[in-house]
Design a binder for this molecule. Structure first.
Ligand SMILES: [Zn+2]
Length: 356
């Protein structure tokens, strides 16, 4: 095996590498343009690389950048696989790689999208009453204050710690991060309707995978768990056949439903909405989550970013520092980090493609 390419510096660079890797692998590449642009005025898009027979009943789908900035790692893994490991693909299986499901967040180095929406809180059933999270409203003034000077950060962080003491650690984590639909400037906001990426997925996926009978999905994430460690997260608990299929492929899988995952139980996770998009297809999916830094540092970066976009100037003097803080919380430029991820991803792909 060759060396692992370091993370791209920008979304544009990551995208170029992905498209070049896909072309070199002989994949068909389709581009789905986004209506907005990146910080430098560059084009944004979801790019899809497609390998293998279009009518295959077995499909493996790998998605990066559901959470924008987390695409630095996801994109690197996809591109590396296209460059290094394409030959390991069995002939009858179709492999589809979706690059940058949330291209705006990736380019602007944010976890959220153009509407400050967390895509993995946006795939709720919008015909039903919104999931309630009343305790969140008590935290918003401290989570995303109007100003972000040193003094405000100290005051609001101390106040949040008080709230967390009152709620208890597990409940506080759930209130803050499971998803909320009442504070459009807050963190972990689920939106007020299906976002651009959500509408794209719901249109593209059923049309593209109409002939698929068995689908395996790996959605690539970063920011939770110990440094460099990959956790296979399955929404459904261990008594569910989809969970058992995932465990058969990847070994140890964890579930927020069982309470043993680094993730709390979410509302509006896109993988959880897949069954409704592909009736009659057997779906085995996982969010493969790689750790970076400690949770407090991650939340601090998300608060800074939310403040920048709600009350600050995303193209002003505060922006580069906050963007660097967010990037560092979700992507480590230490070459040993991406090398550690690559070993785990390569094994996960081999299992998904049912190759020993
Ligand atoms: Zn994520």
């Amino acid at each position: 095996m060759g060396t692992v390419t370091p993370l791209a510096a920008t979304y544009d660079q990551a995208r170029s590498r992905f498209v070049a890797g896909a072309n070199a692998a002989g994949a068909t590449v389709t581009t789905h343009a986004h209506h907005l642009t990146g910080p430098d005025g560059g084009e944004l898009a979801i790019d899809v690389a497609d390998l293998g027979p279009a009518d295959a009943s077995d499909v493996v789908l790998v998605v990066s950048g559901t959470h924008g900035v987390e695409g630095f790692a996801g994109s690197a893994l996809q591109s590396q696989w296209l460059s290094d490991a394409t030959a390991d693909r069995p002939d009858g299986t179709r492999l589809v790689m979706v690059h940058a499901l949330n291209p705006f967040g990736f380019a602007w180095v944010q976890r959220v999208n153009e509407d400050n929406v967390d895509l993995n809180r946006n795939f709720i059933d919008w015909n039903q009453p919104l999931p309630a999270n009343p305790d969140y409203d008590l935290l918003i003034a401290d989570l995303v204050p109007d100003t972000w000077d040193e003094q405000t950060q100290q005051r609001t962080t101390a106040s949040l710690l008080e709230h967390m003491k009152r709620l208890g650690a597990a409940q506080a984590k759930s209130v803050i991060s499971r998803g909320q639909y009442s504070q459009p400037h807050g963190i972990f906001y689920g939106g007020s309707g299906p976002t651009w990426s959500n509408r794209w997925m719901r249109t593209w996926l059923p049309a593209e995978l109409a002939r698929c009978r068995r689908l395996v999905v790996i959605d690539l994430h970063t920011g939770l768990g110990p440094w460099g460690h990959g956790e296979f997260i399955v929404h459904l608990g261990s008594t569910d056949p989809a969970h058992q299929r995932a465990a058969a492929l990847w070994g140890e899988v964890r579930s927020p439903t069982d309470g043993n995952s680094v993730s709390t139980l979410l509302t509006g996770d896109w993988l959880d909405a897949l069954d409704g998009m592909l009736a009659g297809t057997e779906i085995t999916s996982t969010a493969l989550e790689f750790g970076t830094v400690d949770p407090a540092t991650v939340v601090q970066a998300l608060r800074a970013d939310a403040w920048l976009h709600a009350h600050g100037n995303p193209t002003g003097p505060d922006a580069p520092g906050i963007r660097a803080e967010v990037r560092a919380a979700f992507a480590d430029d230490d070459p040993s980090w991406i090398a550690t991820l690559w070993e785990q991803f390569e094994r996960a792909m081999a299992a998904a493609l049912q190759r020993p």
